[in-house]
Design a binder for this molecule. Structure first.
Ligand code: MN
Length: 310
């Protein structure tokens, strides 16, 4: 946390290697030690713009997920997605790909050779207890840009600026890319019951009086029906996230969102049992369609019980 102005907390990212041949680095702003969730948003990786010639691009072989949804959003480049629910799709700039893990899915994400620059974000949404064992699934949506004075927005989840995404969610959520003109100040009508996160991609942004630099995540608590954003000398690109406080404790480890340590241990074991000398075999997490990369084994569990966070 770098500051707190008018209740707005500005959080800075930490650099994390994603894996792949030359270990592409991502900037992780969620979870933070003191803040696990913003609404149901529980994970936020932001990366690039990266020259793929330097980083090797994105190469994430098959790995499992449970109890969450992944939301992929790109600014530049493409990612090829394959999952065990039978979906093979491209992630493209300005188009959201939402994958529901539910009780279990496995997928791979690889940037194709035609992608020279990779720039985007990967986010996770925790599923509420009532829905977390749902069937795995996948939805794609290309929002039409909506404009207001000084701003252009692409609303990929929830409602903003009169536009509503058709993508269904299990808890109320907001997810949108906003482009602000230099010098613009916009007052967005937002849901007073939502807390919000503002991830700055490019430019310096005023968030309800606090200042967020590129790559920062500004947290705005509930209780506001207007969110004021200000661009200074340069245009600003940002992701605006929101939702009502999640209200449930979660245990999050590796690619798993659970409720207890025991669930994590059991699901980790189920994934490990799918990895055999003959390759990935079927099980809770299935087998991604048409994937030939060797699966990623789960890392060892820590020697301590995993802690609940809320
Ligand atoms: Mn994944």
């Amino acid at each position: 946390m770098t500051g707190n102005v008018n209740g707005v907390e500005v959080m800075v990212p930490r650099e994390v290697p994603l894996g792949g041949p030359r270990a592409m680095q991502v900037r992780r702003t969620l979870p933070q030690r003191h803040r696990a969730l913003i609404g149901a948003w529980c994970f936020l990786d932001h990366y690039g713009p990266d020259d793929v010639a330097d980083t090797g691009g994105m190469v994430v072989p098959p790995h499992p997920h449970t109890g969450l949804q992944t939301v992929s959003w790109l600014f530049t480049g493409e990612i090829e997605h394959r999952d065990s629910a039978g979906h093979h799709a491209m992630v493209r700039p300005g188009e959201v790909n939402l994958m529901t893990a539910g009780r279990g899915i496995s997928h791979s994400e690889v940037s194709p050779a035609t992608t020279r620059t990779l720039h985007g974000a990967q986010l996770w949404v925790a599923l509420p207890d009532a829905d977390r064992h749902t069937d795995p699934g996948f939805v794609h949506h290309a929002p039409t840009a909506v404009t207001a004075p000084g701003v252009e927005a692409r609303v990929f989840l929830g409602s903003l600026l009169g536009d509503t995404s058709p993508v269904p969610t299990y808890t109320p959520l907001l997810g949108a890319e906003l482009l602000l003109d230099p010098g613009a100040t916009i007052a967005l009508d937002v849901d007073v019951t939502f807390e919000h996160g503002v991830l700055v991609d490019t430019g310096v942004l005023g968030v309800a009086g606090a200042e967020a630099k590129p790559h920062d995540l500004a947290y705005v608590p509930t209780g506001r029906d207007t969110l004021t954003l200000t661009a200074y000398d340069e245009p600003v690109r940002l992701l605006l996230l929101g939702g009502p406080p999640f209200g449930e404790s979660i245990v999050m480890w590796w690619n798993i969102v659970a409720r207890t340590h025991e669930e994590v241990v059991a699901w980790r074991d189920e994934w490990q049992a799918q990895i055999t000398d003959a390759g990935l075999v079927d099980g809770r997490f299935g087998i991604p369609v048409g994937d030939e990369l060797p699966p990623i084994p789960a890392p060892p569990l820590p020697n301590v019980r995993l802690k609940e966070r809320r």
